[in-house]
Ligand binder design. Structure first.
Ligand code: HDE
Length: 709
């Protein structure tokens, strides 16, 4: 197969099902040409309607059945096509072709999602983000169905329905939508201390990413890589975005909810549409089998990460997303991921959460997509041939020839025949298991506090403040006093400084003790005492990779910059600045007091990208105020322009201005921040680029309370 063909194996496969109506005549689904789709068939112009009208019946019936159940979790998502390339062969660890053959460009389809909200909810909810990648490999489908946080809330699949029922809208009033800030969630969290690690990540800025393109991804569970000799290594998968890892503030998230509920979806689409293809490097933390018990935590416990200081992340390849889907429903909605879709060379561990997932994902497709034939839906079918003796069921597309649908057979020549391991047949890793059948939790899973504390310690001051603010907001929304008390008691076990801040915000004292056991999530006969707090270990003071500040890049590619321009703006300096930013692949929008065209001082007309009334500064990463006295006057006279600048300052963003626009910006708070490193007056494009790359000047946060927006 040529390289070109390999790269496009999936897009070529999808073409067989792609339709384009351009230049075509309208027909019914049965192929009959339609000459009126506006009027139903009636006895006389004023009725009665006739049942005989097959065109009306077909149109309405199809419409009546257009919806399928949304995903029970991760209902709201956005997808994109792309490919994966390997940097170096990993034969030492695995026999999977995708990780050994560097000449391949493996097609992928990725779906990002929020977890709790419904399909139509807003993108900026405080939530975990799903990060699911389907690799269409030459040996079959491999799905890496991960999240943007490296750990999960619970240790055992048995708890998943409880967790999700607690975070979803409360069942009496179906409130709140896409929000964890409510009683039932904290009732569950405060009784289930294994949730604390994932929970503190959700309280951090990781839960409100700037863009789906600017977040890390994690496979979470420990998987196995198995090489051609059958030797196994443990592995944790990581995705590292080359766009940098950036987040926004909660105040922005709240405002973006209203300004553009599709903010993340639009951002992903626009970036790919404009040729700014997002990229992630794939990393692996590889642990030899013999080191399994060398850690202070259990590798099978999905509420624990392996700090990168203990096992470095080996970068092995790169994923590029370069094509938007043609049809949301056909591709993004119907795609079916499954952590059990693995290829030879990749295998599972006994992580009890992973084991439960291996059941759930096929089961859920049966009600969501309606048939065990969901693998035949174009977006789900592999690029290599599939043959077996499974037959029939709803919506079967394949027309299997021949008399035999069983094995062994002689009538069908023994086909399809089996593949030996050497021929690429899947064989499960031969793990030795010698155990009693018990319904229990391993003692090695009982430390629920060390890693939340490590996470908190590893954050910078501004990140810690955001965590405290988030806890205060979320618990402030709870109405039951005893739930808040339990939470304060537990947070105090993670970090007393954090607990004090939250207690102050809630106007409560941190309780010295609470009624009943701290962790009630165990079986009736379990020893709850062994799961009490106070078991915190300090095996690492800080892990740099856990703070956003260590994950920045110097790139400003795809950042959105608003240029505030009024008629008569300084065309030369403004276009010079615009060109400099666009050279670095930033996206510049001319925001003017009105739509249509705006004239510069040379009377040249420029397209306005957004009239000020239709946009908000929370939708941009930075602001430039164009020079020119006439323009400054026009901006001063327009509503919302002052708020636009003030709000950008409040959110610690970079604001750059030309001093000839002083008449306008003297009405804003810019004048109070002239010594701020991210407030630039008459400075060079290079300085602007440098500050945008740094994302925000968080040092400003202590002085922005005076800004009333
Ligand atoms: Fe999922 N999860 N999950 N999950 N999950 C689903 O499958 C489930 C878990 C994740 O874009 C569902 O097709 C159980 C961990 C993503 O289509 C469902 C358990 C992680 C997506 C399901 C978990 C995830 C899902 C709903 C505990 C991170 C969206 C629709 C045992 C490693 C994939 C569907 C997409 C979707 C069950 C825990 C990630 C119901 C039972 C841990 C990214 O099958």
């Amino acid at each position: 197969m040529s390289d070109e063909k390999k790269e496009n194996a999936k897009s070529q496969d999808l073409k067989a099902n792609t339709k384009n109506a351009e230049g075509k005549t309208m027909t019914t689904n049965q192929g009959v040409k339609v000459n009126d789709t506006n009027n139903s068939l009636k006895a006389g112009e004023r009725g009665a309607s006739l049942l005989e009208d097959f065109i009306l019946r077909e149109k309405i019936t199809h419409f009546d059945h257009e919806r399928i159940p949304e995903r029970i979790v991760h209902a709201r998502g956005s997808g994109a096509h792309g490919y994966f390339e390997l940097y170096e062969g990993l034969e030492e660890y695995t026999r999977a072709g995708i990780f050994t053959d560097t000449s391949r460009k493996t097609p992928v389809f990725v779906r990002f999602s929020t977890v709790a909200g419904s399909k139509g909810s807003a993108d900026l909810a405080r939530d975990v983000r799903g990060f699911a990648v389907k690799f269409y490999t030459e040996e079959g489908i491999f799905d890496l169905v991960g999240n943007n946080m490296p750990i999960f809330f619970i240790q055992d699949a048995m708890k998943f329905p409880d967790l999700i029922h607690s975070v979803k809208p409360e069942p009496d009033r179906e409130i709140p939508q896409a929000a964890s800030a409510h009683d039932t969630f904290y009732d569950f969290v405060s009784h289930t201390t294994e949730t604390l690690h994932n929970h503190i990540w959700v309280m951090s800025d990781r839960a409100i990413p700037r863009s789906l393109r600017m977040m890390e991804g994690f496979g979470i569970h420990t998987f196995r890589l198995v090489n051609a000799e059958g030797k196994s290594h443990f592995v944790k998968f990581h995705w590292k975005p080359l766009q940098g890892t950036h987040s926004i503030t909660w105040d922005e998230a709240v405002k973006i909810h209203g300004a553009d509920a599709d903010f993340h979806r639009r951002d992903l689409w626009d970036a790919i549409d404009s040729g700014q293809f997002p990229e992630w490097e794939l990393g692996m933390q590889i642990v030899p089998e013999e080191d399994e018990h060398k850690f202070d935590f259990d590798l099978l416990d999905p509420t624990k990460l392996i700090p990168e200081e203990m096992v470095p992340v080996k970068i092995v390849g790169k994923m590029t997303l370069n094509r938007n889907p043609d049809n949301f429903f056909a591709e993004t909605e119907q795609v079916a991921f499954h952590p059990g879709h693995v290829v030879p060379g990749i295998d599972f561990t006994n992580d009890p959460l992973l084991q439960g997932r291996l059941f759930s994902y096929t089961d859920t497709q049966l009600s969501r997509l309606g048939s065990p034939n969901f693998h035949e839906i174009p977006i789900n079918r592999p690029v290599n041939e599939t043959h077996n003796n499974q037959r029939d069921a709803h919506m079967r597309m394949t027309i299997n020839k021949g008399k035999t649908a069983y094995f062994p057979n002689s009538i069908g020549g023994g086909c399809p025949h089996l593949a030996k391991m050497a021929e690429g047949g899947f064989t499960s890793y031969e793990e030795r298991i010698d155990a009693k059948k018990v319904r229990a939790r391993s003692e090695s899973f009982s430390d629920h506090y060390s890693q939340p504390a490590l996470f908190y310690r590893s954050l910078t001051d501004w990140e810690k403040e955001h965590v405290a603010d988030a806890y205060t907001f979320e618990l402030g929304k709870c109405t039951y006093e005893h739930i808040k008390k339990r939470m304060l008691y537990i947070i105090n076990q993670i970090d007393d400084e954090l607990a004090s801040k939250v207690a102050e915000g809630l106007g409560m004292d941190i309780p010295k003790k609470i009624d009943g056991p701290v962790n009630q999530a165990l079986g009736a006969d379990d020893d709850v005492e062994k799961h009490q707090p106070g078991k915190k270990k300090n095996y690492l003071e800080k892990s740099e990779a856990l703070s956003l500040t260590h994950l920045k890049t110097d790139s400003i590619a795809t950042r959105k910059i608003a240029f505030l321009v009024g008629d008569g703006f300084d065309g030369e300096a403004t276009m010079k600045m615009k060109d400099a930013l666009e050279k670095e692949h930033a996206m510049v929008h001319l925001v003017a007091p009105h739509g249509g065209k705006v004239k510069c001082d040379h009377d040249k007309e420029h397209d306005v990208d957004a009239a000020i009334m239709t946009t908000e500064s929370v939708l941009y990463d930075a602001v430039y105020i164009a020079g020119g006295e006439k323009s400054a006057k026009a901006l001063s006279n327009a509503p919302k322009t002052v708020k636009f600048v003030n709000e950008a300052l409040k959110h610690c963003k970079v604001v750059s201005a030309n001093s000839s626009a002083e008449e306008f910006y003297s009405h804003t708070f810019l004048k109070d921040f002239k010594d701020d490193k991210a407030v630039l007056i008459d400075q060079s494009p290079a300085d602007f680029v440098k500050q945008i790359a740094a994302h925000r000047n968080w040092d400003r946060r202590k002085q922005v309370d005076q800004i009333p927006v």
